[in-house]
Design a protein. Structure first.
Lengths: 411, 364
């Protein structure tokens, strides 16, 4: 059973037992007046209405799963970073509530947290969220107020949009488009516009330089990124994630081992990994918010929940970037039987994310001119070489092998 | 983009203290720079003229929070020359050990502050973790972790505690291992070298004209160290080398300045070990220290950041008539337009971090 058929059943049940009776009741409330409630009830009985409702459920489920993953990713980043740096990381957890009622001095009741070092810090995200919500939203006096509020909306909505675009398995997809990966990359590329907008609207020189850097960075990584993906599309003959993963499952190597795309297209895999790091703006490519020289870059003037959502959106983009990498090069949800494919998919995504966390805390940040040089002089030729290899594999090699097998017959 | 002035500071992550760097940028390229100092001026020299000679060691401790022993030592040396006090041999050895421990702690403080400038937070935590070890060592004889007030006029406050040598040896061994580990993380890292090599270049001649001294000068390949060229304490009795690096023929960049400090830390370890080997027994304080002094004296020492110079004039009273401090960082920061022009905005923290700023001693 796929996610959509599950949601369809849920939608049918909801429509039959909850929505249609309610709308029909409302339609009958004021007989002399025309009431749209009856029309809605009629629409919900049709196939189109039920499908719309089912998509709504599916999107919400995907969003909830994405947000849960976001919390796990943030927590993972904190703990692993702390371990790399010889620290312990956040410790505030449910166990810290044990002392509720009386504090260490024996005075009761008290709301103090117990100082213990046994928790894993799962309450830290909650504490951060509460702190961010309760802080004041400051709009600088000379800022462009409309664009200042539009910037976060563009950035965050385009990032959250990503969550529903990639499938967790062939049966667990909130959206299915023949050009799925193109839509994902298009959604990825909206965010720099938001960065540029908020950088300019802040009326702050640091923010503006940060926004400009984001645009310059876009110029440098976007072309090699899409070219390195082109190899995969050529091999699979489709933009559809499901088709791409099926192609990877079917192609085998020695001993019947699956040949996922990162083996034949190793160059493309490396180029893609570097470019997607730049795409999701993580160290060493987090130039727009370089805190050493630009204070906080384009987010300098933002406060409270807006700043928190910027951070959250960056992690969502990181998660989505790792998911795209998994689909394209690591065989997506393919894996041995007893583990469900959705879990395989998430495991691979987390593997990439942990790799990124290690990179983030072991290398310094590179410079704007260096990333342009890297993108145009090194990654672009490499991605073109990758495409050449794929063209050889797809077009020339079968023809060549056919010719070679025909040769003895000719002579 | 048109040219514009950006004011970095006095509160900015790049500044490492209170000062303002005004840079004129054309897009991302620096066209002009204008450093502004004086936000942290505490008139230490004037305050010192109202205090007795021995009281001033508390002021000199507060000149630089990262390297307080070296400044107190410079003051003690100049006042000892003014008063013609003979420091006992053992006290000289202890002073040398403390100075080198302080140099290690100061260079580690610098390295830890330099890494976040390049966007490398882990480096900061690693180096500051190691700095704690040396703070523990400095704490053992002096009793405090930041402002030691251990070196006094005529000697040191008290003798080294029991087991200090073994403790030091243990920490030095651990630290040497860690320095080797860090080589892979920093100087062999491709991205670290991309950020530091060929950035913030100045030649040795330029450095001498602009008054840049210390590790920044030795990063140009110039073999100049006051520990040898205007020797004090027992540096002439100990076998050690001046560490130099150069990025190219006669000029330095951020990477050579980084490496020269790493080399100096290894050399300091060598000096400390040798001091312990040769240290004689005896008193740690001169037997007779006069309260009043007449005449003038000036001594210069090799601070962790360059050439520290103090000039003291006595008029026969128990307080200095005039006290002048020359800070190495004041000249180095003032020269920053010469080595900032032409680089990118992202290079500003990389360059200004690499010269090891300490605003406390700069503004006095």
């Amino acid at each position: 059973m796929s996610l959509f058929s599950f949601c369809k059943a849920m939608a049918e049940w909801t429509a039959d037992y909850m929505l249609i009776p309610v709308f029909n009741f409302q339609a009958g409330l004021f007989p002399p007046f025309s009431n749209p409630a009856g029309d809605i009830a009629d629409w919900l009985e049709t196939d189109g209405g039920l499908n719309t409702l089912a998509w709504l459920f599916a999107v919400n489920i995907a969003f909830a799963i994405g947000m849960t993953n976001l919390i796990i990713v943030i927590h993972l980043e904190r703990k692993i970073a702390a371990r790399i740096q010889d620290r312990r990381g956040p410790m505030l957890s449910l166990r810290s509530f044990r002392e509720l009622g009386e504090d260490l001095a024996g005075n009761s009741p008290s709301w103090r947290f117990k100082q213990n070092y046994a928790g894993i810090g799962i309450l830290q995200n909650m504490a951060d969220g509460i702190k961010a919500i309760t802080k004041e939203l400051i709009i600088p006096a000379k800022a462009d107020k409309f664009l200042f509020t539009m910037g976060p909306i563009i950035f965050i909505s385009s990032s959250v949009f990503l969550l529903v675009l990639f499938p967790l398995s062939d049966r667990f997809a909130a959206s299915s488009a023949p050009a799925g990966l193109m839509v994902i990359m298009a959604a990825f590329s909206i965010a720099p516009i938001g960065v540029l907008t908020s950088g300019w609207a802040s009326n702050n020189k640091y923010s503006m330089i940060g926004g400009m850097r984001s645009a310059a960075q876009l110029m440098s990584y976007e072309i090699p990124l899409l070219l390195s993906m082109a190899g995969v599309f050529l091999l699979a003959g489709s933009f559809d994630p499901v088709t791409i993963v099926e192609q990877q499952q079917q192609s085998t190597w020695f001993f019947g081992l699956p040949m996922w795309n990162f083996i034949p297209q190793f160059i493309g895999f490396i180029v893609f990994m570097i470019c997607i790091l730049a795409e999701v703006e993580r160290v060493p490519f987090d130039l727009p918010e370089a805190e050493a020289e630009l204070v906080e870059g384009w987010t300098t003037e933002y406060s409270g929940i807006r700043y928190m959502l910027f951070l959250a959106a960056e992690y969502i983009r990181g998660f989505a970037g790792a998911a795209v990498c998994t689909i394209l090069f690591l065989g997506g949800w393919a894996g041995p039987w007893p583990v469900p494919p959705e879990v395989w998919f998430l495991l691979k995504v987390y593997l990439i994310l942990i790799f990124w966390i290690f990179i983030r805390w072991t290398v310094p940040r590179i410079r704007t001119d260096q990333i342009l040089e890297l993108g145009w002089k090194k990654l672009l030729p490499l991605s073109l070489i990758n495409i050449l290899i794929v063209i050889f594999m797809v077009e020339i090699y079968p023809y060549l092998s056919d010719t070679l097998t025909l040769l003895p017959e000719v002579f | 983009m048109a040219e514009m002035w950006i004011s970095m500071g006095p509160q900015h992550p790049m500044t490492h203290g209170l000062w303002t760097l005004k840079v004129k940028v054309d897009g991302e390229t620096i066209v002009d720079a204008d450093p502004e100092l004086g936000y942290l001026h505490r008139s230490v020299e004037k305050m010192g003229e109202r205090r007795k000679y021995f009281m001033n060691t508390t002021l000199t401790d507060r000149l630089c929070y990262a390297s307080s022993t070296t400044w107190t030592h410079c003051y003690a040396l100049s006042v000892e020359e003014l008063m013609e006090v003979e420091v006992p041999q053992r006290a000289q050895y202890i002073r040398t050990i403390m100075l080198e421990l302080q140099r290690l702690a100061s260079h580690l403080m610098w390295a830890g502050a330099y890494m976040p400038d390049l966007g490398h937070i882990t480096g900061a935590l690693y180096f500051w973790r190691d700095r704690e070890l040396f703070l523990n060592l400095l704490e053992a004889p002096s009793g405090s972790r930041l402002l030691y007030n251990y070196i006094r006029i005529g000697g040191v406050k008290r003798d080294l505690p029991d087991g200090f040598e073994q403790k030091t040896e243990r920490i030095l061994k651990l630290f040497e291992q860690r320095l080797d580990e860090y080589a892979d993380l920093f100087e062999n890292s491709k991205i670290f070298r991309m950020r530091t090599e060929d950035v913030g270049k100045f030649t040795a001649a330029q450095a001498q004209n602009l008054g840049i001294t210390g590790p920044n000068l030795r990063g140009c390949g110039t073999k100049f160290d006051l520990r040898e060229h205007d020797t004090y304490e027992i540096y002439d009795e100990i076998d050690w080398d001046i560490q130099t690096r150069e990025a190219g023929p006669g000029y330095s960049d951020c990477f050579s300045r980084y490496m020269v400090r790493i080399d100096e830390m290894r050399e300091s370890i060598k000096i400390i070990r040798e001091c312990f080997k040769k240290m004689p027994a005896g008193p740690t304080m001169a037997s007779k220290i006069p309260v009043r002094a007449t005449g003038e004296a000036f001594r210069r020492t090799e601070d962790s950041r360059g050439e520290a110079l103090m000039y003291v004039v006595g008029d026969g009273s128990d307080r200095p008539y005039r006290w002048k401090i020359k800070s190495p960082m004041f000249t180095t920061i003032s020269a920053c337009p010469h080595y900032l022009k032409g680089y990118k905005v992202a290079d500003i923290p990389a360059i200004m971090g690499s010269i090891d700023i300490c605003i406390g001693e700069t503004d006095k």
